[in-house]
Each structure stands twice: as C-alpha cells, then as structure tokens.
Design a protein. Structure first.
Lengths: 396, 323, 281
C-alpha cells in the first residue's frame, strides 16, 4: 500500500521536529529514513504509526486518510527500537498478541508459521529476557508481521546488535521483505545499513528531507554537503566557474580557488541551477574515485595500468588524458586492510582523503612523497558553496 | 520498484538548522509518549480519592489540632478557643526536658543505627554474593513479629542479673556507662541505655533498607577504578563509596530520626519515668489526663521542630529529591 | 620454633600477618553479621519463651519447657478476637489504600498537571511526621466532630498512613516502565482499555503488590496511631499486647509472634527456592 505524507509537520512546544514534509512511499518498496539522531526521522515514523499526531498535514494509506486514526485501528505495525517485547508474556504470547486483540480465536498455526519464518521454533515458551539480542529482534519482527500489516515500520531495528549480527539481520530482513512483499519503512542512522537494504532512501536533516532517491544515486550524485558528508566521505574543494555548459559541450569548466587548477565536470552533476561565470561552487569527489601517481611517473616495478593515450607534457606518465588533476604531498598513509587511506595536502584544498585498492601498491607512496591525484570528470560533482562544507561530518 | 517521490520542498541549504541544544526530539518523543497529550481532567479524577482522604484525615486534623492548641477550658465545661498561647509556653516549661530528651535519644539512636546499619547494608550489597537475598529476608523478617512483642523481648534480654547484664558488668562496661550517666546500680533496664538500645533496635531496618538500595546501585567498576587509581581501601570508601551512598544515608537518617523522636513505646516498656520522652507526655495528656489543648500544643511544637531540623538537614545534605 | 627462632622483631609480625589480613578483609562481614544478630536475637528470644512455663503473670524469666501455649494458642481471653480484628482491619485498609494509592500513583507518574508538586508534598508529608502527631491530630478531629471511636475510625487512620507508602511503591514502578511497551500494545490493535488490562497492569503488578504488602504489614503492626483512634471495645492485637505488658504477658503472645515470624520466613524462602528452581530449568 502506498503511503503519502503531504504537508506533515510536528512541533513539541516551541521546537519543530518535522518541517512541512511531502513524501510518497511506493507500494512494496523498502524505504529508509536516514539521518542523525534528532533529525525528525523517528517522529515521522511515529506519525505513520499513529503514536504521534501530526500538528498539520495529512497521511494517506492508499486512498484512505489515516491522519487521525488511533494506532490500534491502523493496518500498520512497528518493530520498536529495543523491541518493546512484553516481559510478562512468553515468545508465542508476544507473537499472538496482535491477532488476539483483533479477536482471532485459534492462533497457534499462524504463530507456529511465524516462528518458522524467523527460525525460532524451539523458543516459543521462553520469556523475552531469556533470549539474545538477535532472537529478541526476530520475535519483534514476527510479532509485527503476523498481523499481515499493509506497512511495516522499523525503528532502528538493528541498533542494539553487534556488527556481525547486524550484517546477518540486514540480509535476513531483506529476504523476509522480498518473501512477504509488503512495504517496509525503515528508520536508521546507519548509512551503510540504509544503502544495503533500501530501494530508496530519504536523508533527513533538521526536520527536513535533504535528498531522496535510490542509494547509488545519493552516493554518486549528492545534492547537498550534508548528504555528501553523511553518506560516506567526500572531498570538497572550493572552485570558481570559468564557463558554463554550451551548445557544443555540456561540460562545466572550473578553476580551483586555491591554485587555479582547471577542473571539468558534466553539467548535470552540478547541484546549483543555472550557474554563471564566476560563481563559487564546492567541487566534490569521493576518495575511492581518485587515483594517485607519483610525480616521477609510475613505478616501473609495479604494473600500473596506463590507460589510453600518453600523458601530455608536464604530466607524469600514467595519468590519462582528460582526467581532472591536482598535485599534492602525502601527509599520512594508513593501512586499512582492503585499502590504503592517504591524507594529501594540496594547494587547492588543505586535506584530501584518497582510498587506494590494496593491489600493486607503489612503494614510494609514503608520507612526504609528491603525487598527482587524478579522477574522471564524470566522478566529480558540484554543490552550492553557500552551505557549510562540514555539514554532516560529525553527525554520526 | 524504486521510489520516485516528489522532491521535498526543503531548500538545499539547511546548514545551521540543527535542533536547539538539549532538545533531542527522539528524547522528547519518548517523554511525550509517556504523557502524550493526556492533560484534561483524568489526573484529577485519579487523584481524587487519595487526595480527598489525605485532605480530610491528614490535613484537616492538623487544622483542628492548631485550633485546639489555643483553647482553654476543662473537660467538664468544654474547651473553647481563647487564643491561649500560654498552652505553648506552659508545655515547653513543663515538658521542655522531655523534648530535649526525645531529640537526644533519637539523635543517639540514629547515629548508632548508621554505625551498625552501614556495615550490614554494605555487606548485603557488596559482599553477600549469592546469600544476598537470604540476608535481606533476615533483615525484613523481624517485622513479621509485632514490634511490641519484640520490644518486650528486650526486657527479657536485659533483665537484671541476666547473662547480658552479667557480661557487661564483668567487662566493666557498666562502670563506664554508669560514669556517663547512662545506667545506674548495675542494671540496664529502666535506664537511658535501655531506651536508646530499644530505639536503635526498632528503627535499624529503616536505616538499613535505604542504605542498601543506594549501595546496591553503585557500579562496582567505580570502586575498581578508584583502586586502580592508587586509592587504599579506606580512601576508596571515603572518596567514592560513601559519597555515592549519601542519598541512602540521608533517607535512612530521616526515616530513623523522625519516628524515633516521636516514639513513646520504648521509653514506656524499657525505661522508667525519668526516661519519658515527649511522645509519652502527649499520649498521657491526650489519653489519660484528657488535657487536649496541652497535647495539641506539644504535638505542634514537636512537628514544627522536626520540620525545622529536617529542612536544615536536607539543605545541608543537598539531597532534596528523596521520594 | 626453637630451630628457627625469630631473629628480628619483624618475624613475629609475619606470623600474625595472615590472620590480621583476613580480619581486615572481612571486618565488614563480621560487623555486619553482628548487626544481623542484633536484629534477630529478640525474635529468637520470643520463640524460645513461647515454650516457657512462667511462674507468675510475666513471661520474662525462664522456668521450664512446655508446649502448653502452642497447643492452646487461643487460651487467653480476648487475644484471638483482637487478632481477628487486626486482620480484618489490615485486609480492608490494604484493599482501600492499594486501590486509591495506585490511582494516585498513575496520576503522578503519567500526567503533567497543575498542583502536581503540592500533591507530591501532600503525599510525602505523612511519611515525614511522627506517628504520635498524626494519631493525636486525627483523634482531635474525631473528638471535635463527635465521631464514635471504633472500627471505622481505626480503618480511616490506617488507610491514611498506608496511602503514602502505596503511592511511593507504585509510582517508582510505573515510572521505570518503558512507555514503548504500551505503544507496542496500541500498535498491535489493543484499544486503551485492553492496553491497560493486558500490558500496563501486569507490568505495574510488582509495584502494586509491594505497596499492598507494605500496607498490610504497617496496618497490622500499628500501635501508636491506633491507640489514639480506637474505641474501648475495639482492641487490636498490638493494643492487646500493650495492655498485657502492663498486666502480665501470656505465653500465647509469644506463640503468635513466633508463628508469624516462622510463617513469613517459610513463605519468603519457599518462594525464593521456587524462583531459583524455575530459573535453572
């Protein structure tokens, strides 16, 4: 069932938790509300559940207006943060709770099916406190799903689990969602979790939706500094527009403010509408998109792949033509297992982060080494420079 | 399958729109959930029976007593309000000694309770291990025998020529207490010592239970941290354990001192007429002499003095939230 | 000793070092156990003297072993009827105080309203007042309004001082309850009434039970307030004991006291063992 929020707001006293919000969650999708604590995502979820009444606006479930329906009359169920399992009831009584309240007489068959679905068949008579975190989480899920809700709401459902278990439950939740085919709305502060599980993600910040879209789109083409920094890491470089898109090329040409280096990017990847010459923007690039080449040219011992045509004059061999380029000096290199993380000081930007895959590493890339950083123009994005470049960095 | 939702109306630039400090909406939500939008008359209806009961049978009597305390007259002619404030001065003049004695006995008993109760509470909370519940039950169990019966048992224990008195006497402890004016003539019964001993015994559980509950709440890793940071056991106790148990100390001393200062049973059963406390005087005036104004005036003085002491003490102790 | 005579005064302290260390480490336990003994000795004396056959009317000195009192516990005039009266009053006072106190506790724990702090103070005050003051002032009220002293006045007094304890016990429990549990119930199709009966009440039950038990114990054992508000024909068990203490204490009083002590211990320990066994299974 499609959920449509239109013009929803919520205020507590003089504090506005949710600013006017429009959101459509399509039927059957796995939808994530992502944001730091205090961004209004939980309040939004609670308004859909009926646990909080919107200050204004309407909530439609399909075509029915459910804005003022009490929670027990909504075909919507919630998996609560910390699960909220009834401590005085055992597992099967917890799971049967919703059916019993709706007057279903024989529940044992459905309860048994649900226990199977969440793989807790032999735990039926245990009390919640005798279960591990992961088991409690699955009981909470079964307790909600047994009611066959039109929409399942999940409020940080994996927050209390350790990392390994969280990964496992992410896959499990995704499997169950595919199996039962109902709409899931998932609130989380964990960007990785949102990206792994959701078909589409709404990033919230300060009671507003910053950006909404499929995870890949949010990551590859963020439209605000908050999204750029909150989802993964971004390098943001101040630059000035030299020329906008023209008839023959839809490329934007820029110059870094720090050292006048020329940069290019596709006009579609600029979040600022109708940029003019001289306008300031923040140029962004993800750390793993950047390649490093030593200024003395590629290490002959290593098998660095030199793509395409030979490098133009003044550029070390191995840096492909047409790439955006910056020069800098490595200040720190740390080994992360799957990759190396470099911090690089450049005149264009005080500190850039670069992740290099851990294959065929050039052994000269140590702190103090001078390097050329280069990446494809289509991996570049540009954001409005009027924003706080650090927004979202510490929000986690 | 992928969402194609209408873009949000919020502008791209929302930097600096962070929620005001100290107002985490998620926290606000939890609180709002507890008492959400349920104002109206419901709480008043819920409070009505208990509130009315206390108003009529607790507060109103205090006003009646206030008016009685300034009445004059006699039982035969009836009492009338004549604003006879001399009831107060007379009561203080006649029974001043009783007041002093009450507060002294109560203070000594409270101090003894603290000294005896603290090790026991500490033992239950931090050293009893799997015996904790058993020991706790043993602290509460005496309650189930009427405290009057238990106080009478002290009469047996401390009886003249009994083993306890014999032991105290042969250890020359009685000589010390005699010298201090606590006992007389090689006996313990009918002396201040017996009354204080009875008070201490009767109110000891009221000291132990709050102490226990505040000691039990202490995170033992704090004590380990103190030891790790070069604190001796005694320093750990002075600088960490005891300060953290202060709420329990405050609650325990109040719960012991207040009832002890109004008690008259121990003085009656274990003491002699010269150990009478203010409770005895009130009880006698009210139930035997039927001089209600004097009894009322004394109750009022007792209440006022206790409230005064408690408020000064609580301000000093700095723990106002006890309930 | 003769072969390895202490060559320095330090060696002597070595011999004592272990026991001294042990003493230091266990001082708290020793003092605590002594305090526990101080608490329990009177109960043991009461128990022992319930088997006494005293010479006169007072049961203060040991004479000879006898089970007379245990075989005839109600052999003393008026004692068992006073016990019955105390039980009746305690049950009724507990029921009323628990019901009213629970309502008030929910109001104080769950709602924000004008006059809340005044109400909190009103509920705290009876616990911070000597019993003799409360007893005397309530007695003054009944005297002034010419209410007949008796069963009803005792009941009123007992409910009055039990209320605060129930409120405190239930309020603490309700405040520690996770509000999400009730939200979960509403989310799972329970209406307000069902939410209360199926979730709120069962969760608050331990607090309510604690308040009720406290009320029963306080009411059953109360003497001071009762003395100021009882009539001549309503003698509760503590008042009977008080009267007996002046005239002569029958051995049966010790029997009742011991029986209740042993009964309470058996019930509590039995419950504990049952709970332990359930946990282990």
């Amino acid at each position: 069932m499609t959920i449509t929020l239109s013009g929803i707001t919520k205020t507590f006293g003089d504090f506005t938790a949710v600013h006017p919000l429009d959101l459509t969650v399509p039927e059957g999708s796995f939808f994530a509300l992502l944001g730091a604590s205090g961004c209004g995502k939980t309040t939004t979820l609670r308004m859909i559940a009926g646990l909080e009444e919107p200050t204004s606006g309407t909530i439609l479930l399909g075509d029915d207006d459910i804005t003022h329906l009490p929670p027990h009359k909504r075909p919507v169920n919630t998996v609560f943060q910390n699960y909220a399992l009834f401590p005085h009831l055992d597992v099967s009584e917890n799971i049967a709770f919703g059916l019993r309240r709706r007057g279903v007489k024989s529940v044992s068959k459905q309860v048994a099916e649900m226990l199977d679905l969440v793989q807790l068949g032999d735990m039926a008579r245990r009390k919640p406190r005798q279960l591990s975190g992961g088991q409690q989480q699955r009981v909470a899920l079964a307790r909600a799903l047994i009611n066959r809700p039109q929409v399942l709401l999940l409020d940080e459902p994996l927050g209390a689990l350790d990392l390994k278990l969280r990964r496992q439950m992410q896959l499990e939740l995704k499997r169950i969602q595919t199996e039962v085919g109902i709409t899931f709305v998932h609130v989380t502060h964990d960007q990785e979790e949102a990206m792994t599980m959701a078909d589409s993600v709404a990033v919230m910040y300060g009671g507003r939706v910053e950006q909404l879209g499929p995870p890949a789109e949010l990551y590859e083409n963020p439209r605000s500094t908050f999204v750029a920094n909150f989802l993964g890491t971004s390098n943001l470089i101040e630059a000035q527009v030299v020329s906008g898109a023209t008839a023959e090329s839809d490329e934007l040409r820029l110059r870094t403010v720090g050292d006048d280096t020329a940069l290019r990017l596709p006009a579609a990847r600029c979040a600022v509408e109708g940029v003019e010459e001289g306008a300031k923007v923040l140029v962004g690039v993800r750390p793993e998109k950047i390649s490093l080449t030593h200024t003395d040219g590629p290490d002959t011992a290593s098998e660095s792949v030199a793509e395409g045509a030979p490098a133009p004059a003044g550029v070390p061999a191995g840096v492909p033509e047409g790439h955006n380029r910056l020069t800098g000096r490595i200040t720190d290199a740390s080994y992360l297992g799957v990759s190396w993380q470099y911090l690089i000081e450049t005149p264009a930007c005080s500190e850039l982060t670069v992740y290099e895959q851990n294959v065929a590493r050039d052994s000269r890339l140590t702190p103090g080494a001078h390097v050329v950083l280069h990446w494809r123009p289509e991996h570049t994005f540009a954001l409005d420079a009027a924003q706080d470049a650090a927004a979202g960095e510490e929000a986690i | 399958m992928t969402a194609v939702a209408p873009p949000s109306p919020s502008g791209p630039a929302s930097a600096g729109a962070a929620p005001p400090a100290g107002k985490d909406p998620d926290g606000a939500v939890a609180e709002a959930g507890a008492g959400r939008a349920r104002r109206g008359l419901t709480p008043y209806w819920l409070l009505l029976p208990a509130g009315l009961w206390l108003a009529v049978f607790f507060v109103a009597p205090l006003f009646y007593q206030a008016s009685t305390s300034v009445q004059s007259g006699s039982l035969e002619e009836g009492f009338r309000v004549t604003w006879q404030f001399s009831n107060y001065t007379d009561a203080l003049g006649t029974y001043g000694e009783h007041f002093v004695r009450s507060f002294c006995y109560a203070a000594v008993a409270t101090a003894l309770c603290l000294f005896i109760g603290y090790p026991l509470a500490y033992m239950i909370a931090l050293r009893a291990g799997r015996w904790r519940n058993l020991v706790l039950v043993m602290v509460i169990a005496p309650f189930f025998t009427s405290f009057l019966i238990r106080t009478l048992a002290w009469k047996t224990i401390l009886s003249d020529g009994g083993p306890v008195v014999g032991a105290l006497s042969s250890l020359h402890i009685l000589d010390v207490t005699h010298w201090l004016g606590l006992t007389a003539d090689d006996r313990v019964l009918a002396t201040p010592l017996a009354v204080v001993c009875g008070l201490t015994y009767n109110f000891l559980p009221f000291m132990i239970l709050p102490l226990y509950s505040s000691l039990e709440r202490i995170d033992t890793s704090l004590l380990e941290a103190a030891r790790d940071l070069y604190a001796k056991p005694s320093t750990t106790f002075r600088k960490v354990t005891f300060p953290l148990s202060l709420p329990g100390v405050v609650a325990g001393t109040l719960l012991t001192f207040i009832p002890a200062s109004g008690d008259y049973i121990n003085a009656q059963l274990l003491g002699s007429p010269s150990e009478q406390m203010v409770g005895n005087a009130i009880q006698k005036q009210f139930l035997n002499v039927l001089d209600y104004p004097t009894a009322a005036a004394m109750s009022f003085i007792l209440m006022a003095l206790i409230l005064l002491m408690v408020s000064v003490y609580m301000r000093k102790a700095g723990t106002e939230e006890l309930v | 000793m003769s072969t390895t005579a202490p060559t320095s005064p330090r060696a002597g302290s070595h011999v004592l070092a272990a026991p001294v260390r042990w003493l230091r480490r266990n001082a708290v336990v020793l003092v605590g156990s002594a305090a526990l003994a101080y608490l329990l000795v009177p109960n043991l004396v009461v128990l022992a003297f319930s088997f006494n056959k005293p010479a006169g009317r007072f049961n203060y000195a040991w004479r000879t072993f006898s089970t007379d009192a245990w075989t005839d516990p109600c052999g003393v005039a008026n004692m068992c009827s006073s016990l019955g009266l105390s039980l009746r009053i305690a049950v009724l006072a507990t029921l009323i105080a628990t019901a009213f106190g629970t309502f008030a506790a929910f109001a104080l724990a769950r709602y924000r309203f004008r006059g809340k702090s005044t109400t909190n103070a009103l509920i705290f005050l009876p616990m911070a007042m000597p019993e003799v003051v409360m007893g005397a002032s309530l007695g003054t009220l009944f005297l002034n309004t010419r209410v007949q002293f008796g069963f009803v006045t005792i009941l009123i007094a007992h409910v009055m001082f039990c209320l605060s304890f129930v409120v405190v016990a239930v309020k603490a429990r309700v405040m520690s309850m996770d509000p999400r549990l009730e939200e979960a119930a509403r989310d799972l199709y329970a209406g307000p009434f069902q939410t209360f009966c199926r979730v709120t009440l069962p969760l608050a039950a331990p607090g309510i039970a604690a308040g009720a038990m406290l009320s029963f114990a306080l009411s059953f054992d109360d003497f001071i307030i009762t003395q100021f508000n009882a009539g001549p024909s309503t003698v509760t068990f503590p008042m009977f004991v008080w009267g007996a203490a002046q005239r002569g204490v029958p051995v049966q009083v010790n029997v009742i006291g011991s029986a209740m002590f042993v009964l309470a211990l058996v019930i509590v320990l039995g419950g504990q063992i049952a709970a332990n066994r359930r946990k282990r299974v």
